[in-house]
Design a protein around this ligand. Sequence first.
Ligand SMILES: Nc1ncnc2c1ncn2[C@@H]1O[C@H](COP(=O)(O)OP(=O)(O)OP(=O)(O)O)[C@@H](O)[C@H]1O
Length: 449
Amino acid sequence: MQCRRYSTKFSPPPLRTLHILSPPFLRAMSAQLFRAFDSLKDQAKDALWALSSCLCQQSAKVKINGRTFKINKVLGEGGFSFVYLAQDEHSGRQFALKKIRCPTGAEGVKEAMREVEAYRRFKHPNIIRILDSAVVQDPDGDGKIVYLFLPLYKRGNIQDAINANVVNGTHFPEQEMMRLFKGACEAIRAMHTYRAPIGATVPKTNGTAAKQKQQQRQQQQQQHHSDDEDDDERFPQPEGDGEDGYSYGSASVPLVTRRRVEEEGDTVFDGDEELGRIQEQQGSGATEIVPYAHRDLKPGNIMIADDGAAIVMDFGSTVKARVEIANRSQALVQQDIAAEQSTMAYRAPELYDVKTDTTLDEKVDIWSLGCTLFAMAYSHSPFENTQITEQGGSIAMAVLNAQYKHPANSAYSQGFKELVDSMLKVDPKDRPDIHKVLENTDRVLQSLA
Ligand SMILES: Nc1ncnc2c1ncn2[C@@H]1O[C@H](COP(=O)(O)OP(=O)(O)OP(=O)(O)O)[C@@H](O)[C@H]1O
C-alpha cells in the first residue's frame, strides 16, 4: 500500500539502469532517501506509542463515532502501516485496526483510499472484509492518518504458522496445507474473474471541482471541531455508523473525511473514477469480466480464520490485472511499482524485467501462489536459500532463472510437486490459469483422501 513513506519492498533499480546517473535520477534517489528517513521517524513514533502504552499498563485510546476503542497491542507491522488489536470499550468486541500514516500531499490519502475501495470491491468468503474506515488529521504532523477496521484473526497468518513450524520442528500435514491453499486460490479466482457492470454512462467527474468541494467541506468540518471539540455532530453517514472525532491519548483531533468515494453525488476521491463508474452502473445488470491481480500474494498476506479457512488480505498492491506495455518508459514504471509493492521472493519474473510490447496479466499471481505453496511446505520461498543466493547471487537472479529445488527429503506427494512446478514457469503463458490451478489442487486433495 502506497501511503507509504518507505517500502520494505524497495529494491535497488536493476543494474543495467544504474548507468543513468543523471541529475533527475540522483534527485529521485535523494527524494527516496528523505522518504525513507520520514518513514523511520513515523515508525519510531508508532512503536513508542505502543511501547509507552505497555509500560504504563494503560491502553492508548482511539475515539471514532463517539465510540472509544482501547488499543491493546501491536498485531503486526507492514512496510507502510501498523496493525493494532483494538477493543470497543462499550461492547468489548475486538478488531484489527490498521493505521496508515500519510504524509502531507493528496497522493498519499488517495492511495490509501484505493486500498479501502479494493477491500470493498471483492466480496468472497476467502477475502477479508473491511468493517469501517476513517481518515483523520495526524495530530503529530501535517499529514493524515487512515484507519481501517478489520475483523480480527487471532490465529495470525500463514507466515506465523510457518514460523511456528520452524520453531517446533513440525510441518503442515499435506491435506491441511492443500485445503488452506485451495481457499487462497478461491479468493484469487474471485479477483481474476471479477465482474464489473457495463452499459451505463460514465459519470463525468471534474477532478478539480470535486477536490475544491472536498476542501470546502474539510475546512468547514475542521472549523466546526476547533470551535467545539466535544460537539456531537455527525458527518453524513452513507452506510452504518458516523464518526465525529478521534482522540489520541489525551489529544482530540477532527475527523477529516470519511471513506466514501461518492458522497452526495460528488466524487470525493476523484482518482478512483473507475470505481465511481462501477457504482453508477450497478443497476444496469450487464457485467463484464475485469480481472484484478493482487500482486503481493505471500504467506504473510493470508490470514487463518478460526475455522481454519484461508483469508486473503492486504490489497494495497491490487490493480487491474491487464496492463499493456507499449514502450520502455511504461515498462520502467511498472518495474518501479512492482519493486515498491510486491515482495521480492514472491514476485513474478516478468515484474523484475518488464518487456516492451507485452501485456502484464493475472498470471503474476499464479507465480506468487506457486511460491506461497512451496513456502508452506518447506518454510521459505523457493528463491530464498537457493544455490544462487547462497553463493552471493541475488533473489532476482534466482527468480529470472527459476532456480529452485524441492528438498530431496520432501515429505510431500508427487502431485504437490508437479502443481508447484507448473506455477513456477518463467514464461507466464506456460503457467496454468487459476481455474486449472484449482482443478489440479482438487486432484492432489483427492489423491490424499
Ligand atoms: N485482521 C487482522 N487480524 C490479525 N492480524 C492482522 C490483521 N491484519 C493485519 N494483521 C497483522 O499485521 C501485519 C501487517 O498487516 P498488513 O499486511 O495489512 O500491512 P501492510 O503495511 O500492508 O504490510 P505489507 O508490508 O506486507 O504490505 C500482518 O502481517 C498481520 O500479522
